[in-house]
Design a protein around this ligand. Sequence first.
Ligand code: COA
Length: 370
Amino acid sequence: MTNANPGLEGVVVADTAVSDVDGERGHLVIAGADVEELARTASFEEAAARVLAAGAAGASAQAAPFAERLGRARAEAWELLPRLGDALDHADGMDALRTALAHLRPGPVWGGAVSADLAGDVDTAIGAIGAGPVLVAAWSRRRAGQAPIAPDPALGHAADYLRMTTGQAPMPAAAAAMNAYLVTVIDHAMSASTFTARVIASTGSDLLSAVVGAIGALKGPLHGGAPGPVLDMLDAIGRPEEAERWLLAELAAGRRIMGMGHRVYRVRDPRAAVLEEAARPLSSDRLALARAVETAASKILRERKPDRPLAANVEFYTAVLLDAVGLPRDQFSPTFAISRVAGWSAHVLEQRRTGRLIRPSSHYTGPRPS
Ligand code: COA
């Protein structure tokens, strides 16, 4: 059998109740809610409780005790900081998060039977979701030569993350935008990193190993590593009237336009609109520039690739929003990761309930022994 589908597009590898992407129409449903609705109305805590409950088929916690547990998990991660060795010395925030998170307790391995008792995994998941912002904020401050700031378990997850990063109580608009971001990117069906997490979970390995492996998959620029480069692009372009010239030169140099195109979406990524809206109260000039660059990029790519719709993806307005809330650009990808830990965990819980190994096949192209 030859491999006619090298990208595995369209190959269904799991049933899931966690999220669904309609790439033709540009719809994203997260645990039963449209992403637009969820980002407008839910706290990150509510969204995380919701995806975990979807993954565990209801065996998870309610949002209120969940918020308390998440606050406690942030406090526990803070206690871990002195025991992380040089994990937070990495120059790359994804490396720091991957290494630091690996210090958490791994949680149970699969006992050999399909089990509905996922309590140990849910505990590990909440520990990892809570630890993410503490570790990334501490890494970011360390890079800036500043002491880490302890979490405040009574604060919302998004507001506490910003406070631990900047050292100041965030403005309500910034906390709201941060929350909308974390909710928006919490899960996205069978992305490369989610597939990674599910493959690891499918072997019966522990939840933390799956999350750590998924961080490695998310790090690449074709997946979660694009928002920093998008901001670099906006800086390099500078003024809307420069957009077309700069983009044409970029394509002529054989480079891709960051923040444009998607493996699944054939229309604009619905998360781009959600994040553009969420960033509006904070950003005016940069948002206007981003809009102009997106318009120019869409036009040029439409002319170049009439058969392959290439529209703005989530990373385009992630860059604008995370910059507007005051995060440095090397913290963008780790910020994506600390939200997606919840989605990965939900998929691990779901995979666990199947008890089935994911083992695809390959097409051998090497010589045969004569
Ligand atoms: N800029 C310029 N050209 C692009 C492009 C972009 N952002 N994205 C895709 N293309 C072109 C490819 O060069 C290819 O052209 P070719 O057929 O002449 O070789 C064609 O469109 C199809 O691209 P392909 O690589 O098959 O698409 P994909 O589904 O594998 O890639 C992405 C999806 C996201 C990896 C890709 O669009 C990309 O690299 N985008 C930029 C990085 C980014 O924003 N990543 C974040 C993703 S959320």
